[in-house]
Structures are given as C-alpha cells and as structure tokens.
Design a protein around this ligand. Structure first.
Ligand SMILES: Nc1nc2c(c(=O)[nH]1)N[C@H]1C(S)=C(S)[C@@H](COP(=O)(O)OP(=O)(O)OC[C@H]3O[C@@H](n4cnc5c(=O)[nH]c(N)nc54)[C@H](O)[C@@H]3O)O[C@H]1N2
Ligand SMILES: Nc1nc2c(c(=O)[nH]1)N[C@H]1C(S)=C(S)[C@@H](COP(=O)(O)OP(=O)(O)OC[C@H]3O[C@@H](n4cnc5c(=O)[nH]c(N)nc54)[C@H](O)[C@@H]3O)O[C@H]1N2
Ligand code: SF4
Ligand SMILES: [Mo]
Length: 731
C-alpha cells in the first residue's frame, strides 16, 4: 500500500490555501442558467431523489445545453407526489454554490485555523489510511468513530464496520428524534420511523405539539397537512409561538414552554374521567390500564392550568374535540423532540394519548410501514468488537437503542470506557448540531486524526486535518432508497451533471479508503453500476428500468388494522403498555409524571429555535438560490416586552446566554406571535467558518448559545431548550 510521508506531499502541493481562497470556482450567472429555454436549446431530464434534507423526495432534474437548469418533483414518487418543497427546488443552487470545496485539503497550521494545502486524492486517502492503521495498532479499531448523517454515509459505514469499529453515530438520534421513538417503542413496541408513519391526510382531528409543519417543510407531511385542512380537519396547535401551523388551527394553545407533559396528563385525565376514550380498543389491546387510570387521576385541568397557562375550559374543549373524531384523531409525535431532557417520557405520554384515541394502526392515525425486498450486496462478515460501543458505557441509558453522538464525544474527552483517537465526519456539521460547542472543540483537540467529508468549508471542516470534497447529490449515485412507507417503493439517486472540480462521490471515497486499509474484499464491485445492478437483480428488479423512471413501486399492502393488518405489539406484554413494567424495573416512572422546568433568571428569556421553509439546518446558507430567499435569521421577541425594554424590529442585538456566551448580531422581530417568556430563532445561521462567503457571520447561531443541555435519563438524548438569553443592543 503506498504510504505518503508528510514531506513528500508538502513538496507536491506548494500552494497553500486559506479557506476564503478554497472556493476557486467563481459564482456563475444564475439568472442566465435558470432562464426559460429558447428554441434550439437541448433539454434532457434525469430522475433522481433530493438531498437538501433527508426526506428523499423523488425528483426530475433538467439540464439545458448540458448545464443544470431546474429540479421538479417526480409524479411517480409517493413522497414528493410531483412537488418539491422550496429547498428541493433550490437544490440547483447547491451545484452552483461559489463556496464549494474543490479539492482534497490537508491541514497546514494548528487545528481550527482553516489553513490547508491542496493534495491529490491518493495523498489524502493515503494519509488517512496510514493514520487509521496506527490508531488501530495502538488503541484498537474502536478508537475510530464515524459520524455520518444521511444515505450518503452508507458506504463509509460499511468501510468502518469492516475496519472493526462499532462507534457510528448521527445527530438525528440524540439531538433529534431518538426520544420519540423510544417513547413510542416503550408503549406500542415500535417507533414512529422515518418518514413518520402518520396518516395526516385522513386525520379528522390533528394535534400538533410544537411540530411546526409549514416551517418544518418535510414535503409529504406538509402536503398531507394541506389536504387535511382542505377536507375540514380540526387542527389543534400547542406552541409558545404562533407558528404557521397555528394560523391554520381551530384551537391554538400558547403553552408555557416546557410544560407539555402537564397538558398531556390533563388531556388524558379528561378522556378517562369523561369516558371519552376508545374503550373497546383499550380493553382489547391495552395492558395495565387500571394502574394507569389511578396514576393520572390527580392531573385535572385545574391542576394543569397554573403550570401550562392553558385554561381548564380550553383543556376540556380540546380533549373533547380530539375524542369526537377518534380513531381518526392523530396527535402528531413530533420529530425534533430533544427539548427538556424528559423527552422520552413526554413522547411516551403522546403515545399514550394516541392509544386512548385508538389511533395506532387506524386510518387517520398511524399506518404500519411496508417496504420492498431488495437484498444487500453480499460481503464478508464484519469483525466483532470485543469492547462494544463507547457511547453508553454500562448501559447507563438503558433504553438507548441508537448510538449517542454526545456519548462518543464524552468518551473522547474522558478516555472512558476506552480512548477514542480519530473522528471521521461525513455530512454532519457537529459544531451546529451538538450542544456545547466548547466540549466538541476540546474533544477534537485531543484526537490523532480528524477527517471531514463535506461539500462546503463548514465549521466542522474547519477543524479537520483532512477535508474531502464531495460531489453534491445531483452529481453522484448513492445507495438505493428502499423506503419503509405506506406504499412500498425503490428510488434511485443518479448523476444529472458532472462535478465542477475535483469532487468525488462517497462510494468512491469509501471504496478507495477501504482498499488502502486492506479491506478491498468488502467492496468487491468495480463500480457503482455493478453494485446497484447486483442488488436490484437479486430482488428481481432492473436497473435500466429504475434509471429511466427513478422509482419502482410495489403492490399495495394492508397498513391499517381495518385493512386486515394483524394488530401486533412488540412490547414485553404483547400489548399497548399503559403501565410499563420495564420502566418500573429500571427505576423510572411506569406512567409519565410532570417535572416543572427551571424558570428563566430575571431579564432572561428561554431560547427556542426551529426551521424556516427555505433552509435546511446549517447546510443551505451558502446556496445562492436559498440565501436569496432568506439571508439571515431574526430573533422573535414579544412585542410588549420589546416596547418595555426599548427594542424595535429591525434593530441588531446580541444575545448573551446564562454562561456569558455572546452571539453574532441578530435582528429583532418584535411580534405578538410569541409569549413573553421566550425568544425564538431559526437554526443554522451565524456561521463562523471563514470560507462561507456571504453566510460568514450572517445572523446568529442557536447552537453557539446552547451551552447547557439536559440528558434524557432513559436514552441519553440532549434536551436543548434549557438555555436562557438576554438581549443587548448592538452599538
Ligand atoms: N442547536 C441546534 N442543534 C440541532 C438542531 C437545532 O435545531 N438546533 N437540530 C437537530 C436536528 S433535528 C438534526 S436532524 C441535526 C442535523 O444535523 P446535521 O445533519 O449535522 O445538519 P447540518 O448542520 O445541516 O450539517 C450537514 C453538513 O453536511 C454538509 N453537506 C451537505 N450536503 C452534503 C453532501 O452531499 N455530502 C457531504 N459529504 N456533506 C454534505 C453540510 O455542508 C453541513 O456541513 O441537528 C440537530 N441539532
Ligand atoms: N424547512 C425545513 N424543514 C425541516 C428541516 C429543516 O432543516 N428545514 N429539518 C427537518 C428535521 S430533521 C426535523 S427533526 C424537523 C424539526 O421540526 P419539528 O419536529 O416540527 O419541530 P421542533 O424543531 O421540535 O420544534 C420547533 C417548534 O416547537 C416550538 N416549541 C419550542 N419549545 C416548545 C415547548 O416547550 N412546547 C411546545 N409545545 N412547543 C415548543 C417552537 O416554537 C417551534 O415552533 O424539521 C424537518 N423539516
Ligand atoms: S422535503 Fe424538500 S428538501 Fe427535503 S427531500 Fe423533499 S424536496 Fe428535498
Ligand atoms: Mo432532525
């Protein structure tokens, strides 16, 4: 295996690149590229699926005279149903982003200084492989961790499993939906999965607790939400902020942040006391209902009122409204639920409320996902790790069923249960996604190897020893999407245009790295076509067919009990667990209880955050088409409070959190649409990476201010809505 000495490639790569210089590819004239075609223009279409977020909408991409022109929804795809969200349409801008990484980079100066030299792929991967071999020899293969978010990480996961590490994690678990799936699993024996198994389009009553559909643009959900509204569904929205969803609601409940558990308990109390719940369903499928009933007896609407700020009358009216439409009454489980640290129990309370309404397994409630059978590509068995995962030593969080990013960070910081010496980061900006940035930086500073695969010089790339530039989704293949959904289907991602510079697709990087590590046997295929073809043939499908249509759909299957689906609950009792013996045995509340959140200190507001329709996380702020729609975020502040404190809309302020951390300047939005005890901002702004052009220091970062987090004792999730800020006028 060719191994590269540091001296040699320093000789090869004479020119140093600072990150501002790394985007050597000038911004194109987008209005010309996006213009309507004229006669004689050559138009070509290629079906693929979107990657601006992880919903994976089927799309048709168009080229005009060989250049990327536009992307639309693929009508054959059950997720997009022929329409993309604004971010998906703006995906074209990711290809033309002037801030893109163009070549592999190797760190020149100290970590975090964003000073690199350009190297060849062979040099970059050779360097990584050499370091990984040393780490394996010295500390064992488990000392390498892979952070990877999205389908593009599939081949890196294979390479790292082959190398011998079980430490593979994504922020979509402990910083997103992990507690929700644990709460539902404890109750029904199954999680809510992705895409959520919610039958929004058939719901006659839809309750949204924080789920801000319309700002959260998960395409199918938003389309179904609009459909439900059109069909006259009754909408109940619980949110301290008057969200877009709230503006569609029959009942809007401006709850005091952090007190949803009290509301949920009171709702259940009303359903049980007034005998409004689905009795036959609970009798047939429920376990421990009497004990549950006794537990929730004290939680009357009058008990919940002073805690939540929601009047007893409103609590009763909304409980009755939900019951009126049962079982087509869906209490949405949410998605990003890592709020206060009691999130698995709050999610369990949402599951129990749905159980009382009889909505699990019923039309207008929750369907059961189905998928097509496409076998994986055969490979030699992966080595076993004797030491096991490092993220949750001694099963401290007994119900964690996914790897904890923060647990790997902790192991990196403490060396317990064993040292972690290398991070390989694929498509996740840990600086914006994990709470307490300072801990992340300290962990990185102790590493022997830090690699980042990204498309732009993100914050996390700024800390890398080696930065690998990836082709964007419109320039590459990925693994098949064999989706678990209400309709079974297979989707293909395939290149529409070529990469503009020396970017490579993940499958190529993973396979080349594996070869350099002596693990080529795990990647026996010659190219991605051979891989995809073999997988599809083994399932009885054709790659040519999929290349042409982008989607292959399977036969409809029963997804509701009423359609013949056999009700099965994979809990210890085989039933819906109103009372959970497994929680009791592990020392937790068998029926959820309310614990009041800490109050903001005087002069402080609870920091809340969420989504904007035209941006995804921290990944789209340099996309010229999406940045044009929203260049910076604002801080929402209650208008009365603003007046009292002398702040006006449009003024720039800095936010200072309880630990003295001060944000970039951010504009005030004084509005009656938010309670007075909290402020709100869109996540993903306030970039501090110098190579991000116009997005650099634009707006403020919620992540920077989230220095504190409450860890969920059941499963290790990071409750992040526990930080308080004050506002200071920017001079
Ligand atoms: N403070 C705070 N923290 C949060 C959240 C929040 O709202 N606030 N949200 C949480 C939630 S719900 C989630 S799911 C996670 C999301 O966390 P992440 O998935 O880490 O989201 P991003 O911050 O967008 O980071 C994605 C990174 O991938 C890069 N990227 C984009 N496209 C590609 C590609 O094609 N290839 C490669 N290799 N890289 C690519 C982007 O440039 C960016 O650096 O964050 C969680 N953490
Ligand atoms: N446009 C766009 N859409 C996206 C994404 C994106 O980046 N951009 N990301 C996707 C991903 S991975 C996820 S996980 C989802 C996240 O989106 P969701 O799961 O819908 O929502 P959250 O981020 O949890 O919550 C934000 C909302 O909760 C409210 N909230 C805050 N605190 C409380 C509280 O104590 N109680 C109540 N009842 N409400 C509260 C906020 O005011 C805000 O309206 O969005 C998905 N959709
Ligand atoms: S929801 Fe929007 S950004 Fe996400 S995959 Fe679908 S079209 Fe793309
Ligand atoms: Mo998420």
């Amino acid at each position: 295996m060719p191994v590269l000495s540091r001296r040699r490639f320093l000789k090869i790569s004479s020119g140093a690149v600072g990150l501002t210089a790394a985007g050597g590819f000038a911004g194109p004239n987008l209005s010309e590229l996006m213009a309507a075609p004229v006669p004689g223009d050559e138009i070509r279409t290629v079906p693929t699926f979107c990657d601006i977020c992880f919903w994976k909408c089927g799309a048709i991409a168009y080229t005009k005279n060989g250049q990327l022109w536009k992307v639309e929804g693929n009508p054959e795809d059950p997720l997009s149903r022929g329409r993309l969200c604004p971010r998906g349409t703006g995906g074209v801008g990711a290809h033309y982003d002037p801030q893109r990484l163009t070549a592999p980079l190797l760190r020149r100066e100290k970590r975090g200084q964003e000073e690199w030299v350009e190297v060849t792929w062979d040099e970059a991967l050779g360097f990584i492989a050499e370091k990984m071999q040393v780490i394996k020899k010295t500390h064992g293969p488990e000392a390498m961790a892979l952070f990877s978010h999205g389908i593009g990480g599939t081949f890196f996961k294979q390479a790292f499993k082959a190398y011998g590490t079980p430490n593979i994690a994504a922020p979509s678990y402990a910083q997103c939906r992990g507690p929700r799936d644990v709460g539902f699993n404890l109750t029904f024996g199954e999680g809510v999965s992705t895409p959520e198994r919610t039958d929004i389009r058939n719901a006659q009553c839809l309750t949204l607790i924080g789920s801000h559909l319309g700002e959260n643009m998960h395409n199918t959900q938003v389309q179904e939400f609009a459909e439900a509204i059109e069909k006259g569904a009754s909408i109940i929205v619980v949110d301290p902020r008057f969200s877009i969803a709230a503006s569609k609601a029959k009942y809007y409940l401006p709850i005091k942040p952090g007190t949803d558990m009290a509301l949920l308990l009171a709702w259940m109390n009303v359903l049980v006391n007034e005998e409004l719940y689905d009795k036959p369903y609970v009798e047939e499928y429920g376990f421990g209902f009497e004990a549950f009933q006794a537990e929730i007896a004290p939680y009357t609407p009058e008990w919940a009122y002073p805690k939540t700020g929601i009047t007893p009358r409103m609590i009763r009216d909304t409980a009755r409204e939900m019951a009126r439409y049962k079982p087509a009454s869906l209490v949405h489980p949410g998605r990003h639920v890592t709020w206060y640290g009691d999130d698995a129990q709050r999610s369990r309370a949402i599951a129990l409320l749905n159980a009382l309404l009889g909505s699990w397994g019923r039309k207008g409630g929750f369907w059961s996902p189905v998928s097509m059978d496409v076998p994986g590509y055969p490979h030699p068995p992966y080595p076993d790790s004797e030491r096991g995962k490092a993220d949750n030593p001694g099963h401290k969080y007994p119900f964690a069923d996914g790897a904890l990013t923060t647990g790997i960070r902790e192991a990196t910081l403490t060396g317990e249960p064993y040292p972690i010496k290398g991070w390989f980061v694929y498509a996740t900006n840990l600086m914006q996604a994990l709470p307490n940035r300072e801990e992340t930086i300290r962990a990185i500073q102790g590493l022997d190897l830090m690699v980042v695969v990204d498309v732009i010089p993100s914050e996390i790339a700024g800390w890398a020893d080696v930065v690998l530039p990836e082709s964007i989704y419109l320039e590459r293949h990925d693994d098949l999407n064999v989706e678990w959904f209400r309709d079974p289907f297979i989707a293909l991602r395939q290149p529409v245009v070529e990469s503009p510079a020396d970017q490579k697709p993940n499958w190529w990087m993973a396979r080349e790295l594996a070869k350099k590590l002596g693990l080529g046997a795990y990647f026996p295929w010659n190219d991605i076509h051979e891989y995809l073809d073999q997988r599809l043939q083994a399932g009885g499908y054709s790659l040519a067919d999929l290349e042409q249509h982008g989607i292959i759909r399977g036969d409809k299957q029963p997804v509701f009990f009423d359609e013949g689906l056999v009700p099965e609950f994979y809990t210890p009792s085989g039933k819906i667990e109103f009372f959970s013996l497994q929680l009791q045995e592990a020392g937790f509340d068998p029926v959820p209880k309310f614990n009041p959140p800490a109050e903001p200190p005087p002069g402080h507001f609870r920091l809340l955050y969420g989504r904007a329709p035209m941006h995804s996380f921290s990944r789209t702020q340099t996309n010229p088409l999406l940045a044009e729609m929203m260049e910076e975020n604002e801080v929402w502040l209650n208008a009365d409070i603003a007046r009292r404190l002398g702040f006006e809309s449009g003024q720039y302020v800095r936010l200072k959190n309880q630990d003295g951390v001060v944000s970039n300047p951010i504009r005030v939005k004084a509005t009656q649409r938010i309670r007075g005890d909290c402020v709100y901002m869109v996540h993903g702004f306030g970039h501090t990476a110098r190579g991000l052009g116009k997005a650099y220091l634009k707006g403020a970062s919620d992540a920077q201010l989230i220095t504190r987090y409450e860890t969920d004792p059941l499963m290790g999730g990071s409750g992040m809505n526990v930080n308080f800020v004050s506002l200071e006028l920017e001079a």
